[in-house]
Design a protein around this ligand. Structure first.
Ligand SMILES: C[S@@+](CC[C@H](N)C(=O)[O-])C[C@H]1O[C@@H](n2cnc3c(N)ncnc32)[C@H](O)[C@@H]1O
Length: 270
């Protein structure tokens, strides 16, 4: 992808600082083997696409598709032809529409879809109302269809004070009302929606640690100036705070729509 994906609208200043190539990505990145932002952002999306086991014949929806760099990646890396993006931000949705079918609509509008093979969401679900999200995904997926996404998960055994502190910080960082859930809250909501959790992977260090280090590198190189710098610094501080404590983790999750609804499952996450 090349620069100038903004249809004349201003590129978000924090993304322009992070990503001088203006590649269209907007996630935190997965920083295993790379030091460039577009490569790290593509690596996080690729991880989610693998989790969903995307393939060329799949009908796919993506929730919170941002400016659509991922819509192009599902096609390029996994051969997916039939994909639709949902994005709440009007400008991002208009830019994403250049890469594939896109609805300017909240994630839960995916409930209008039917018999999808997979739903993916990269670094966006902590903005969503999980109850409504899972219900909508349960309605839109075919039996056996997969939901793969990244999210924040809070430890289950925090006391009231710890839970209060995590939720206060979450509101400060603009996370959704229910975020971050704990494992039990996640699994009970999935279960009610006819979904079962089939895989989870902790990505706290390679996502949050990698992002914080990258922002530090930009700062050390004198490249954090002007509008957008503050937002990047605050996000990096949030990442470091999560890394210092052990109350919240950044995770990749995969769930599957059960063949029939209503059968209770034992929790698998701890
Ligand atoms: C951190 S960005 C990630 C964007 C994209 N997935 C990527 O990998 O570049 C999160 C995106 O979710 C979108 N978003 C937030 N709340 C949403 C909602 N309720 N429904 C749909 N999109 C939402 C934001 O506008 C933003 O584009």
């Amino acid at each position: 992808m090349t620069s100038g994906d903004d249809l004349g609208a201003p590129y978000p200043p924090e993304l322009a600082l992070l990503d001088p190539e203006r590649s269209g990505w907007g996630n935190l990145g997965l920083w295993h083997e790379t030091s460039t932002y577009p490569a790290a952002a593509a690596a996080l999306a690729t991880q989610v696409g693998r989790g969903a086991e995307l393939g060329p014949d799949d009908r796919v929806a993506e929730l919170g598709c941002g400016r659509g760099a991922s819509l192009a990646l599902w096609r390029r890396v996994f051969g997916v032809e039939d994909v639709v993006g949902y994005e709440l931000d009007a400008t991002a949705a208009a830019v994403a529409a250049r890469h594939g079918r896109t609805h300017h609509a909240p994630a839960e509008a995916v409930r209008e879809e039917r018999a999808l093979d997979a739903i993916v969401s990269v670094d966006a679900a902590y903005h969503f109302d999980h109850e409504r999200l899972f219900e909508a995904c349960g309605a839109a997926l075919r039996p056996g269809g997969r939901l793969a996404w990244t999210d924040l998960l809070r430890r289950s055994d925090l006391g009231a004070l710890g839970r209060g502190a995590v939720h206060a910080a979450a509101r400060l960082f603009g996370l959704g009302r229910s975020a971050p859930l704990d494992a039990q809250g996640l699994e009970s909501r999935l279960n009610r929606a006819g979904l079962e959790l089939i895989a989870h992977r902790d990505l706290t260090e390679p996502v949050l640690g990698g992002f914080a280090r990258h922002v530090q590198t930009l700062g050390d190189a004198g490249r954090l100036r002007g509008p957008g710098a503050r937002k990047l610094l605050i996000t990096a501080a949030g990442c470091r705070a999560v890394l210092r404590g052990d109350a919240v983790r950044y995770v990749e999750l995969v769930a599957r729509r059960r063949p029939t609804r209503g059968c209770p499952l034992q929790p698998r996450l701890r």
